[in-house]
Write a protein that binds this ligand. Structure first.
Ligand SMILES: [Zn+2]
Length: 416
């Protein structure tokens, strides 16, 4: 059934062509109606196909825009991941910096502690130095004229000398202690210098961490900027997706409208094809000539004919009746349509089974207006004259078979 419809649609272009060739030719009202319907159906079919194509394109476009949107959103997702990673790295770097800062602070505390020790040492040295100076001054007083006083204090020379020696001994000891303290201070100073050096190294390391952190922050800023740009792109793309979806919806509605028009035209066409009224039946009422008024035959049954120069067919299988394109063809006797198709040789052909092994065949038609299985009454229009298949001009090839053998149609019906 579906195949038959497709074939019918295939012959519609020819139906339109027959409209033109019919101009000025005698045509019945039925032929006009059939041609009009064929023409309407052809136009509706064309519009439906165009709408279908538009819809396909709209769907394709919608899919394409959606794919772009998905790709952009995947990119954004990946960027989010990168940013999240770098934020983690920055946080890690910040922890390292904080740890380094603690180390620097601890080192500074050690340095400060060392400074306290140095200051203490210096105070001791200063104290010792002050004492020493006092004693030296006393010695000088004693040596420069103070000798008398000293002597006064000494009980004898021996004790005076001893006193003097003692002073000298003491000053010698002072000097030794002071030298030692100076050495200790120098050692402390050296330790402090070392600590200072370590602190400087820590600060250098901290500065390197700070620099790495800055670099990461710069990377993060770039990623943020890329993400912001991408967000704008996604926003714009989402608008495209919406627009494409709207286009698709509009195309779908247009297609549905075109489909409804086509369906109506198809139904009209089918209605005419399946239930066209029988023409005035000529003859005994059970049979009629399929092309009333066209009685001239261009080829008889059994004739040998030169189809093309040098190509002869022997034994023509039916009779050929010339008539203008679009002329309605009437079924010659009541029966049932058992075949309706397009063949390379017959063109559009309809075959009707009349029972008792009798079959009539109508070939080279422009349009077929018969559904397989439908019951037709004598005189019903089953198609229109054309020149489809192996044909050199508009004519009906009318053929009759009896028990599968081709027989002379004129034995069954006379042209009238
Ligand atoms: Zn023929």
């Amino acid at each position: 059934m579906q195949k038959r419809k497709k074939l019918r649609v295939g012959c519609l272009a020819l139906a339109a062509a027959c409209l033109i060739s019919m101009a000025g030719a005698p045509a019945t009202a039925l032929a006009d109606e059939a041609s009009d319907l064929a023409n309407q159906l052809q136009q509706a079919e064309q519009k439906k196909q165009e709408a279908e194509k538009e819809l396909e394109q709209a769907k394709e476009n919608s899919k394409k825009e959606q794919a772009v949107s998905t790709a952009l959103k995947n990119d954004e997702q990946a960027l989010r991941g990168q940013i999240s990673t770098i934020v983690g790295q920055i946080s890690q770097k910040q922890s390292e910096i904080a740890a380094k800062q603690n180390e620097v602070a601890a080192k500074q505390a050690e340095i400060d502690q060392k400074q306290v020790e140095i200051d203490q040492k210096q105070a001791e040295i200063d104290q010792r130095w002050a004492n020493f100076k006092e004693r030296i001054a006393a010695m000088q007083v004693m040596q420069a004229g103070g000798t008398i006083a000293m002597l006064g204090k000494a009980t004898d020379i021996s004790s005076f000398l001893t006193y003097s020696d003692n002073l000298q001994e003491i000053s010698k000891y002072d000097r030794q202690v002071m030298d030692e303290m100076a050495a200790e201070k120098a050692a402390l100073q050296q330790l402090q210098d070392e600590l200072q050096l370590q602190k400087t190294e820590l600060e250098t390391a901290q500065a390197a961490l700070e620099s790495q952190k800055l670099n990461m922050e710069s990377q993060k800023n770039q990623l943020d900027a890329t993400k912001a740009a991408l967000s704008l792109q996604i926003q714009a793309q989402d608008e495209k997706v919406s627009a494409a979806a709207a286009d698709e919806q509009a195309a779908k509605e247009e297609y549905e409208a075109a489909y409804a028009i086509w369906k109506k035209a198809q139904e009209e066409f089918d209605r005419l094809a399946n239930s066209n009224p029988g023409a005035a039946v000529v003859g005994d009422g059970t049979v009629m000539w399929p092309l009333p008024g066209y009685t001239r035959l261009s080829s008889y049954f059994g004739e040998d004919r030169e189809l093309w120069p040098g190509y002869w067919s022997n034994g023509h299988g039916g009779v050929d009746v010339p008539a203008p394109a679009g002329t309605p063809i009437h079924v010659f006797k009541s029966g049932t349509v058992y075949n309706s198709y397009y063949s390379a040789s017959y063109g559009n052909v309809v075959m009707v089974d009349h029972g008792n092994g009798l079959v009539s065949i109508y070939a080279h038609m422009t349009a077929r207006m018969a559904s397989v299985g439908s019951v037709v009454n004598v005189g019903d229009v089953i198609g229109t004259v054309g020149s489809t298949g192996q044909s050199t001009g508009n004519h009906l090839h009318f053929e009759i078979r009896q028990n599968g053998s081709r027989v002379n149609p004129l034995n069954y019906i006379s042209p009238s």
